[in-house]
Design a protein around this ligand. Structure first.
Ligand SMILES: Nc1nc2c(c(=O)[nH]1)N[C@H]1C(S)=C(S)[C@@H](COP(=O)(O)OP(=O)(O)OC[C@H]3O[C@@H](n4cnc5c(=O)[nH]c(N)nc54)[C@H](O)[C@@H]3O)O[C@H]1N2
Ligand SMILES: Nc1nc2c(c(=O)[nH]1)N[C@H]1C(S)=C(S)[C@@H](COP(=O)(O)OP(=O)(O)OC[C@H]3O[C@@H](n4cnc5c(=O)[nH]c(N)nc54)[C@H](O)[C@@H]3O)O[C@H]1N2
Ligand code: SF4
Ligand SMILES: [Mo]
Length: 695
């Protein structure tokens, strides 16, 4: 028996935890967290543990496929890689010859390996590289940019050293990032306080010292009252504010009417509880993490919830502080050189983005733009036609609201390509499916993790592909060769990695021992006096020139969310611990753990509708309905119903997932148009449904 150890990166979700894979006899694998990685120390979540089942799953695309029937009909022709890559490159060549490079749209899942994709898009001459984030964390990203001048990942959540952690619409023990779970667990063991603000009681809430069951969509009111209490009861960190917060006077003026008593009516949370909570915060400052949120594409004012969360951190002096939100170090911050960028192989495209980001909307981050606005550009052909779309590890037909409408828009394309390791609604609707090897069967380009102690890391191939699938770089190189993008037509992963490491002083052999190369020896915090913000004033800004110049208020007056009409509920959603979005529901192990989603509904509200626990209900929006089981609980706000996202699959190729549960995205009619022009995210919790008992 031969045993080998391979350092790699989990691919069961986008957190991408470092892993150690043990391979016996070239085919039997077991996976655990990389024991050398701080905060991971061998652990994985259930989904990470189910990685080998993804490899053994026969119900995934096993060869390239070219569509024969109508889009979505499911008639396919199996193709060789030669044929499939020739086909895609040929079509891309025709389309770019007729409409220019800018007529190609590409979206992926962001993250540390995106350089390869951005390089490919630059090679094609298209500015329209995008990602999923308009349906995830754009509001919090734009909030960070507006107050700090840098992005949300330029600060670290120093959970491990925190004295009080506040999770507001952040279900940390079920919507998992393994390092965050471990760090918070260890902090709780050391006496850290945990406060959870949610519309329902989650596993995370069950571990909290303080739990606020808030009326859905009123978090902004809650945060305004917290700021009011900090300022008017003089509980904030005055010396930090003096040094680093601009426009404090304007904030104090604006916040005057938003008292805890006022917030009580909005949020349903007693004012004395808010005041007592703020006193607890003040006692723990500056080692406080008020999490600004992750999946924040929820409301039309989610952007302002995130902005106020950052401002509260600033008022507590936690920005930059140990145990708070210290600044993340990039290689340059610790005196090292970063990886050489593949994107720099080609010049930056001159065209404006089709989604308007960077010109029509100068206050948004142009990096990945806003995908729902690119979809609009496909529909309107304004500012110019988009004719090809490559969805790369992305399933917008599951992850954006109102898939029927999106399908109608995608019909305008001359080419729709999906690169994926599992079937998805988008893959099924595509013209070509390019099957990617699951992460255990492929290697990736080198990547960087910024943080208190930044490091480079790599994903190695643990197994040879079972089917006719390829690695990312093989697909991109294959296309680049055919499209005459010679600089990107690398012949081997070693060549790519050599290129990336040029000038860094690090050789590839340095990755051998642990799969990672640390760029400094100890976690590095900055002194309070040495913080730097990239805003025009160099300080944390309450008033943002960028927003104000677009007639967007920096401090928006509060508007109360509408109360559901009689017989209706606000549709809310989130994640569960054992599935990732829509793409693990058919996983042989995880589908057993949780085969379907259920509808959380308040016991009293259910009683009025004569719905019993476990009975089947029909959930309906204007033009869609679905059937699922009801879960009755007093621990959800009566205005809301809740379901786990990612269910309601219909594809005939997914026998384990098909027909199980309900898709939340289908219950959001017109949802592509419901978005926030201040924060950029689609607002997916601005939809209402009816629920009735099925007899
Ligand atoms: N209604 C509603 N919509 C939502 C959400 C919700 O809760 N409700 N959640 C939102 C959130 S938080 C997010 S992040 C997005 C997620 O949206 P997506 O990113 O689209 O979701 P995933 O299911 O993670 O991945 C999409 C596809 O990528 C494939 N894939 C996974 N890993 C890889 C890989 O490493 N390489 C390649 N090439 N393919 C891979 C999967 O097989 C899957 O088909 O959806 C958002 N949309
Ligand atoms: N197991 C697992 N872990 C994951 C993922 C996964 O798919 N599965 N996906 C990863 C990704 S892409 C993301 S973005 C993160 C998401 O991480 P989170 O943002 O933490 O995840 P969610 O479960 O979408 O939402 C968190 C909570 O918000 C609550 N909520 C809904 N409406 C309101 C409201 O109006 N006010 C308040 N205060 N709370 C509200 C929900 O009840 C839910 O418990 O998780 C990541 N980790
Ligand atoms: S959080 Fe779980 S699924 Fe996601 S990368 Fe880490 S181990 Fe894998
Ligand atoms: Mo997400």
């Amino acid at each position: 028996m031969t045993t080998k150890k391979v350092y790699s990166v989990c691919g069961m979700c986008t957190v991408r935890c470092p892993i150690e894979v043990e391979v016996k006899d070239g085919s039997r694998v077991s996976v655990r967290g990389n024991p050398h990685a701080a905060g991971i120390q061998g652990s994985l979540c259930a989904r990470g543990g189910a990685g080998p089942a993804l490899v053994s799953d026969n119900e995934r695309p096993r060869t390239p496929m070219i569509r024969e029937g109508a889009r979505g009909e499911g008639r396919w022709r199996r193709a060789t890689w030669e044929e499939a890559l020739d086909f895609v490159a040929g079509r891309l060549g025709e389309i770019t010859a007729a409409h220019g490079g800018r007529s190609v749209l590409f979206s992926d899942r962001g993250g540390p390996f995106r350089d390869l994709h951005q390089a490919f898009m630059r090679g094609l001459g298209s500015p329209n590289y995008s990602n999923h984030d308009a349906s995830c964390a754009r509001n919090v990203q734009h909030a960070a940019l507006s107050v700090f001048g840098f992005g949300r990942k330029d600060v670290v959540y120093d959970l491990k050293n925190s004295r009080h952690v506040i999770l507001q619409s952040r279900n940390i023990f079920e919507s998992i990032n393994v390092k965050e779970v471990n760090d918070l667990t260890s902090a709780l063991g050391n006496g850290c306080r945990l406060t959870v603000i949610d519309i329902r009681s989650t596993l995370t809430a069950s571990k909290a010292h303080d739990f606020f069951l808030i009326r859905p969509g009123t978090d902004y009111a809650f945060n305004l009252a917290v700021i009011h209490t900090l300022l008017y009861k003089d509980l904030y960190d005055g010396s930090f504010a003096h040094m680093w917060i601009k426009d404090l006077r304007e904030l104090r003026e604006f916040i005057r009417p938003y008292t805890p008593e006022w917030a009580e009516d909005e949020t349903g949370i007693e004012s004395q509880r808010i005041v007592a909570f703020v006193r607890d915060l003040a006692a723990a400052k500056p080692s406080v993490v008020w999490h600004p949120g992750w999946m924040t594409s929820r409301y039309k004012d989610s952007f302002y919830v995130c902005r106020t969360a950052y401002l509260i951190n600033a008022l507590l002096g936690s920005v930059g502080a140990k145990g708070g939100l210290p600044i993340a170090n990039k290689p340059g911050d610790v005196g090292r050189k970063g990886l050489k960028k593949l994107a720099d192989l080609f010049p930056k495209p001159k065209d404006k983005r089709a989604d308007g980001v960077g010109w029509r909307y100068p206050h948004f981050d142009a990096g990945p733009g806003l995908l729902h606005l690119s979809f609009k550009a496909i529909e309107s052909e304004e500012p110019y036609p988009i004719k090809a779309y490559i969805a790369y590890r992305h399933d917008p037909l599951m992850g954006f609201p109102d898939p029927d409408r999106l399908k109608a828009i995608l019909q305008k394309l001359n080419l729709l390509v999906s690169v994926t390791f599992s079937w998805s609604d988008t893959a099924w609707f595509s013209d070509v499916v390019l099957p990617l090897s699951p992460y255990l069967e492929r290697e990736s380009i080198l990547a960087t993790k910024n943080g208190l102690k930044p490091y480079f890391f790599l994903r190695n191939r643990a197994l040879e592909p079972r089917f006719d699938t390829l690695a990312d770089w093989e697909i991109i190189s294959g296309l680049s060769k055919r499209l005459n993008l010679q600089p990107l037509a690398f012949g081997s992963i070693e060549d790519i990695r050599k290129f990336q490491l040029e000038g860094t002083g690090v050789g590839i052999e340095k990755f051998g021992a642990t799969g990672m190369v640390a760029l400094c020896s100890e976690p590095t915090y900055r002194k309070r006096e040495e913080l730097k913000f990239n805003t025009p004033s160099g300080k944390i800004e309450v008033l943002s020139e960028k927003l104000e110049s677009q007639s967007i208020p920096s401090l928006k007056s509060y508007e109360s969310p509408s109360i559901p009409a009689d017989g209706q509920f606000r549709l809310t959603f989130g994640r569960c611990a054992v599935h990732t979005q829509g793409h693990t529901v058919n996983n042989p192990l995880l589908s057993e753990e949780m085969p379907e989603n259920v509808l959380w509904i308040n016991t009293e509200a259910a009683g009025e509708l004569r719905i019993d626990d476990g009975s089947t209900v029909e959930v309906a929006s204007r033009n869609h309905s679905g059937r699922m089981k009801a879960k009755l609980t007093e621990f959800i706000h009566p205005e809301a119903v809740f379901m786990v996202h990612g269910f309601g699959h219909t594809l005939p190729v997914e026998s384990r997932a098909r027909g199980k549960g309900v898709s939340d995205s289908h219950l959001m009619p017109g949802g592509l148009d419901v978005w926030d022009p201040a924060g950029g995210g689609v607002a997916m919790q601005e939809h209402f449904v009816t629920v009735r008992k099925v007899t």
